[in-house]
Write a protein that binds this ligand. Structure first.
Ligand code: SF4
Ligand code: FES
Length: 237
């Protein structure tokens, strides 16, 4: 949270910017119309600095800094896009693309183009491969498309819903989002609010009706596969 009692001035891309102490570099850049790319960051969730695509050059320091979590300091000199920053973002995007199916992640696809990422930079890299999970009437989960941004886990917890149905399972390359003990969603504490689906930046979480339409389901098949809606139709009919 920014401390509005103290204002500080820094320089971003050669432009003086005055913000409240505690403001992140990302917020400061946005306040003057400078766009920094993000993947894991979302306005509605607590930033955790996971994807590192937002890195910027601060005072020419040895390490690039993630703009979404690093607070501004008085006199800081930030470059949001130089050769070093671009190379780093490009590599991150290429690594992500090597491991995850990003076909239904339009914002990330735009970044891949913008940074001229090579789709085959890491040809022998393993892809995350998960079977589609269809265990409830409301949405399907395809963790082959998950970038582990943590947004869904956070909105399900303290950032919005306080339901705690989602968590992480396994470690390292095998890390994936799951319910507690891997139980089907209807057996978890999930209340099917849909907040996780709304913050997912990829096709990993998808409303069941949208999924059915993509599969070419008929109206009857959609009713069959979204049982909650079917029951309601009968009640109202
Ligand atoms: S399922 Fe979506 S929101 Fe959840 S961690 Fe994966 S990409 Fe992020
Ligand atoms: S957007 Fe900053 S680390 Fe992901």
């Amino acid at each position: 949270m920014s401390d509005t009692s103290e204002m500080i001035t820094l320089t971003i891309d050669g432009q003086p910017v005055t913000v409240a102490a505690g403001t992140t570099i990302l917020e400061a850049a946005r306040s003057v119309g400078i766009e920094v790319p993000v993947i894991c960051y979302h306005e509605a969730t607590t930033p955790n600095g996971l994807c590192r695509v937002c890195v910027v050059d601060v005072d020419g320091g040895r390490l690039l800094q993630p703009a979404c979590i690093v607070p501004c300091r008085a006199g800081m000199v930030v470059e949001t896009r130089n050769e070093r920053v671009e190379r780093s973002r490009r590599t991150i995007l290429e690594m992500l693309n090597s491991a995850v199916n990003l076909a239904e992640a339009p914002a990330i696809q735009t970044l891949l183009d913008d940074y001229e990422a090579q789709p085959d930079r890491f040809p022998s890299a393993a892809k995350r491969d998960h079977a589609l999970i269809d265990d409830n009437p409301f949405y399907v989960r395809d963790y082959s498309q998950c970038v582990l941004c943590w947004r869904c886990v956070q909105v399900c917890a303290e950032d919005a819903q306080y339901t705690y149905a989602l968590t992480f399972d396994h470690r390292g390359f095998d890390t994936h989002v799951s319910t507690g003990f891997g139980v089907p969603l209807p057996d978890s504490s999930c209340v099917f609010c849909g907040q996780c689906v709304s913050v997912c930046p990829t096709g990993a979480l998808k409303p069941k009706i949208e999924f059915g339409l993509e599969q070419g389901w008929t109206l009857e098949q959609i009713w069959e596969n979204t049982r909650f809606l079917k029951k309601n139709r009968r009640k109202s009919g």
